[in-house]
Design a protein around this ligand. Structure first.
Ligand SMILES: Nc1nc2c(ncn2[C@@H]2O[C@H](COP(=O)(O)OP(=O)(O)OP(=O)(O)O)[C@@H](O)[C@H]2O)c(=O)[nH]1
Length: 308
């Protein structure tokens, strides 16, 4: 029995009521560097001052008291014992991830005199799961990002528009929607080529990201059309934002492959109000304001006004 306990590939520690070590198997010796005779009858917390003492005492005490098993997982606490990780495949992490089971050891008279800690090395599982989570998160970001501008793509942005509309219905803090479009962009493509056009689109995305607030929700709505939800912003402040964006873009005069390509944008704004029945209507109102800017001579901002 003792031979078996010594050679199994999990850690086994038996503690008495004073947290003093009674059994310390090979696994524990190998990973801690402490021989059984060095730990025998010594308090676990003196041997390992870095252990999460209060938390572990609480767990162990409840096993003594309730006579039930307790478990801790690496998701709650990556490791309890600070053992180094030597596994070849998951060698990128420094510490061994651990799951621990705490088992009450009952005497013939039914009293819990000792508890046993079983320590499982779950580094491979943990690292694989963390890696899968990281990749999923990355995929999620990629699936909602427009490659050229690093803004949200149309699909994701439209979901956010619906969300903001529903939020407004609940708490009515002001919210404005801006749509804008690069003026005479067909001419830019036709004159300087599609790659130059792409550079201009990406430059607009970059400028927008610099000017907007972190809480604003910006997307590339179409080819050379952009949309921004200005959270907590009324029409007057949205107008200030639009003019800042418009004049900044007008002043850029980018040079693409040695040629200066000045360009401008036209913008439309609609502040959300109680008369707006849906996100779709909000978008249509904003588009109408943008249309007025185009027809008013471009390079300007127009505000949607509901017909009275
Ligand atoms: N380079 C590039 N061009 C695009 C992209 N998406 C759409 N376009 C082009 O954008 C142009 C849009 O042209 P129009 O809708 O006629 O509008 P416009 O020329 O900007 O004129 P106004 O909007 O009326 O000022 C078309 O030539 C499209 O081919 C893109 O991703 N890259």
């Amino acid at each position: 029995m003792l031979d078996m306990i010594q050679t199994i590939d999990v850690g086994l520690v038996v503690l008495d009521k004073n947290y003093q070590v009674q059994v310390w198997n090979n696994f524990m010796e190998t990973h801690s560097g402490l021989r059984p005779d060095q730990v025998q009858a010594k308090s676990l917390f003196e041997l390992f001052p870095d252990l999460p003492e209060e938390w572990l005492r609480h767990k162990i005490d409840s096993v003594f008291f309730l006579k039930n098993r307790a478990f801790t997982t690496w998701e709650q606490r990556p490791h309890v014992f600070p053992f180094k990780n030597y596994r070849p495949i998951t060698g990128t992490v420094d510490f061994m991830y651990q799951n621990i089971t705490i088992i009450p050891l009952t005497s013939l008279t039914g009293i819990v005199t000792h508890i046993s800690l079983i320590i499982y090395d779950v580094t491979d599982n943990a690292v694989n799961k963390l890696e899968a989570q990281r990749v999923n998160q990355e995929l999620q970001v990629l699936s909602r990002t427009d490659k050229l501008t690093q803004l949200y793509n149309r699909g994701y942005w439209q979901d956010r528009l619906e969300q903001e509309f529903n939020r407004f219905v609940r708490n009515t803090s002001p919210c404005s929607l801006v749509m804008f479009d690069i003026d005479h962009f067909k001419k830019v493509n036709d004159t300087y080529g599609h790659p130059a056009g792409d550079k201009i689109i990406s430059l607009v995305g970059e400028t927008l990201r610099k000017i907007m607030r972190k809480t604003d929700i910006a997307g590339r709505y179409g080819g050379e059309e952009f949309a921004v939800i200005l959270v907590d912003t009324d029409a007057a402040h949205a107008q200030g934002f639009c003019e800042r964006l418009r004049t900044t873009i007008e002043a850029i005069k980018p040079v693409v492959e040695g040629i200066e390509i000045p360009f401008t944008i036209s913008l439309g704004i609609a502040e959300l109000d109680e008369q707006t029945a849906s996100a779709k209507e909000w978008l249509a109102n904003t588009d109408q304001a943008l249309y007025q800017s185009k027809h008013g001579g471009r390079n300007q901002t127009q505000l949607f006004k509901a017909k009275s």
